[in-house]
Design a protein around this ligand. Structure first.
Ligand code: FAD
Length: 198
């Protein structure tokens, strides 16, 4: 059983996956590759003065997979409760794969259809050009136990630095809930190996 399946691999999903995988959880990202980020030319993301949306998405994928997340280019077409976890059907290239996960993190951008299917409450969105959001508590939990949400789908301001930060924030809350204490991911400069890093 996978610890967390992250659905959506835009800035929110990739950032969440990076934190979760770096913390040692088994993580799978399923991304249909239809996100709004792919249409953007981004000049307001701190640390990346000029980056295209497709470049940012690819960077996110590389960072998450470097820490051990598995990345599937596909669509979660169905999700249901099974025991104390979830059963997902993933479609890619005409094939279907079943995944079993303890927890889900929805980072599906403009899409709320899958959330609705698993009984997550949907609310009207406040951000421009976004129709609906999933309802989340301040930690990023939905009303369905074990289902979290981050980024555009959870009502974050539609900017890459905010949605990426929201993915990280919700992942940290998920890790803190699992560990029973606040989780912090800090690396020390003194531990950095000499020479170029990946
Ligand atoms: C034209 C345009 C220009 C923009 N310019 C800027 C800018 O200059 N600066 C800025 O900060 N922001 C900009 N943005 C906004 C920015 O791209 C978004 O606010 C933000 O990055 C969205 O991130 P996200 O991860 O929440 O969603 P997305 O990047 O939309 O990612 C969601 C992902 O979930 C996937 N998904 C959905 N359902 C499923 C499913 N069932 N199974 C598998 N995958 C699924 C989608 O295919 C998608 O890949 C722009 C947006 C647009 C449209």
């Amino acid at each position: 059983m996978i610890d967390v399946v992250v659905i959506g691999g835009g800035p929110a999903g990739a950032s969440a996956a990076l934190f979760l995988a770096k913390a040692g959880l088994s993580v799978v990202v399923v991304d249909a590759g239809q996100g709004i980020t792919k249409k953007a030319w981004i000049r307001n993301h701190l640390g990346l003065p000029d980056v295209t949306g497709p470049e940012l998405v690819e960077l996110g994928r590389r960072q998450a997979t470097a820490f051990g997340a598995r990345w599937i280019d596909g669509t979660v077409v169905d999700a249901s409760r099974e025991g104390d976890g979830f059963r997902l059907i993933v479609e890619r290239d005409g094939d279907r794969e079943t995944l079993k996960a303890r927890q889900l993190l929805l980072a599906t951008g403009l899409w709320t259809d899958l959330a609705e299917r698993i009984g997550v409450h949907i609310v009207p969105a406040k951000e421009p050009r976004v129709k609906a959001n999933v309802a989340v508590d301040p930690e990023g939990r939905t009303n369905v136990p074990g289902v979290w949400a981050a980024g555009t789908v959870a009502g974050a301001s539609v900017h890459t630095i905010v949605t990426a930060g929201d993915g990280a924030r919700v992942a940290i809350n998920l890790l803190s809930a699992l560990r029973g204490e606040r989780y912090v991911d800090h690396d020390l400069l003194s531990d950095r190996p000499a020479g170029p890093t990946a």
